[in-house]
Design a protein around this ligand. Structure first.
Ligand SMILES: [Zn+2]
Length: 344
């Protein structure tokens, strides 16, 4: 075994289709500066996917010329729902439909195959931790932050004093399913939006790609008769709205104004619960044209109601390196676990 200073941790983000791996040394430097992906094979069930995860870890070590003996720990993250300890929900999960996944201890299985400690976060929490770490670096422990990541759903997480708040059952930081006030957000006659989780009027019911398809486009198309996107399959049209927004299309801007308003209302709740130092926004909007993402972030800020004492110190920023954020956040968590474990 090498000296602790020379050891590393591996971060592995297991998604619905791809694994993404990275390596972080104990001084906090990432040894991989790009996205390194391989098939996750989660649709083929746990046995195949665990083998694919272990292979992805060995491959990234080979790529960075790092022996397995230098690995002090591994950080794993997956889409939820899963327990705080990486057991996939017994009711299954969107990305883990194979029946073998129900109640499967993914973290434990990877740990027993590798023989090193494996820590676990859900992907939203991992990305939130990376956003926090990327912004605050060595000062991460002195700050707290809330991240909202707009994708198919609305993910994210809460970081307090540099650590992810996971909660008693691993369900903390589920920002998408926090109810937000709809008065003044919805247009006259616009139906109260429903979420896949069974709630209505929660943040994800407005601020997600699913919300554009199911709630926002169906309404706004009635207000812009003859729009290019009318008559198109809604799932397909929803993915095109961002490009229309970048070009200043009035319908698309209505959609994004409502999404930004929803995030602002969500952050207003966070401001009163946690009073964080930073509010991070991630998702497809981060990949949009610079003028558009600046406008969007400004809209989010304008809709976040802070007290005078909070305004000056509050940071609003976009989540960087979004494709790599899950793996990097998982690695940061693993490194924190190693550094906080007393050495024998
Ligand atoms: Zn919901």
């Amino acid at each position: 075994m090498r000296a602790a200073e020379e050891s590393v941790v591996v971060g592995l983000d297991v998604g619905g289709t791809s694994n993404n791996a990275t390596v972080l040394d104990m001084r906090g430097r990432f040894l991989v500066d790009r996205l390194v992906e391989s098939p996750s094979r989660v649709r083929e069930g746990p046995e195949v996917a665990v083998a694919a995860a272990v292979r992805a870890i060995h491959d990234i070590l080979a790529l960075t010329d790092t022996p397995m003996t230098a690995v002090a720990a591994v950080g794993l993250d997956t889409p939820g729902p899963a327990s705080a300890n990486g057991v996939i929900s017994s009711k299954g999960a969107t990305n883990f439909l194979h029946p073998g996944w129900a109640g499967f201890d993914f973290r434990g299985a990877v740990e027993s195959q590798l023989g090193v400690p494996v820590s676990y976060l859900n992907d939203g929490n991992a990305a939130a931790l990376y956003a926090h770490y990327a912004h605050y670096g060595d000062a991460a422990e002195r700050y707290s932050s809330v991240s909202a990541i707009v994708g198919t759903g609305l993910g994210g997480g809460v970081v307090h004093a540099g650590r992810v708040v996971t909660g008693a059952a691993g369900m903390a930081g589920e920002l998408g399913h926090v109810h937000i006030p709809m008065a003044g957000l919805l247009a006259d006659g616009q139906p109260v939006p429903a979420c896949n989780c069974g709630f209505s009027a929660d943040a994800e019911s407005i601020a997600s790609l699913t919300a554009i398809e199911k709630n926002l486009l169906p309404y706004w198309l009635t207000q812009f008769p003859g729009h290019d996107l009318a008559g198109m399959d809604l799932a397909k049209a929803a993915k095109l709205v961002r490009a229309y927004g970048e070009a200043g299309d009035p319908l698309a801007l209505k959609v994004f104004e409502q999404q930004a308003a929803a995030l602002g209302r969500l952050f207003t709740i966070a401001a009163n619960v946690l009073d964080p130092s930073a509010y991070f926004v991630g998702g497809g909007v981060v990949e949009a044209a610079p003028h558009f993402r600046r406008w969007f972030l400004e809209q989010v800020r304008a809709n976040t109601v802070l007290r005078d004492e909070q305004v000056a110190a509050a940071v609003f920023a976009l989540v960087p390196d979004l494709d790599m954020a899950g793996a990097r956040g998982a690695a940061v968590a693993a490194r924190d676990a190693v550094l906080s474990t007393p050495r024998p």
